[in-house]
Design a protein around this ligand. Structure first.
Ligand code: T46
Length: 136
């Protein structure tokens, strides 16, 4: 399938006690089974993480705090998108991403439908380009 990054929003429940947000509300894909949950907290502005794609895993990246710039490259197109608090994206397999923190402290949660496995990563951009050109 030729899915691009799909963005979604989970409305926060705000009252005088604070904010409660259900991250899995409104996930725009079917049958997503969570196998792994991790979170990333960046400590400085303009830090870039990622720089890879996955062969088979799908992940949901949800911005809890701070502003993120996602640079993506798929077999359809490439570009940038801004991810604000309460927004998430579905990262399908074979989507290359860089995640840049635009604010000092960013906190984002990632839900993955597979276990951690280094052989699931494509970290070589040339290899990735080759794979998506065969895929299109
Ligand atoms: C992704 C983006 C959004 C583990 O031991 N287990 C895990 O489940 C993960 C995710 C990482 N690690 C170890 C591997 C490295 O020694 O944590 C260290 C940092 O991982 P990495 O350099 O891959 O971090 P990011 O932020 O570049 O990428 C991570 C995920 O690895 C990746 O799948 O899509 O967040």
């Amino acid at each position: 399938d030729k899915e691009n990054l799909i963005k979604y929003f989970s409305a926060p429940h705000i009252d005088e006690r604070g904010i409660l947000t259900v991250i899995t509300d409104n996930i725009p894909i079917d049958n997503f089974k969570i196998k792994r949950v991790y979170y990333i907290k960046t400590l400085n502005k303009n830090v870039i993480r990622g720089g890879h794609a996955h062969y088979k895993q799908t992940q949901i990246l949800y911005d809890i705090e701070g502003l993120l710039e996602i640079e993506y490259h798929t077999s359809i197109n490439n570009g940038f998108l801004l991810l604000k608090e309460y927004e998430g994206i579905v990262i399908s397999p074979l989507v290359w991403i860089n995640i840049k923190s635009l604010t000092n402290e960013c906190l984002y949660l990632v839900l993955a439908n597979g276990e951690y496995n280094e052989s699931e990563y494509i970290r070589d951009k040339n290899k990735f380009m080759e794979l998506i050109s065969n895929d299109s």
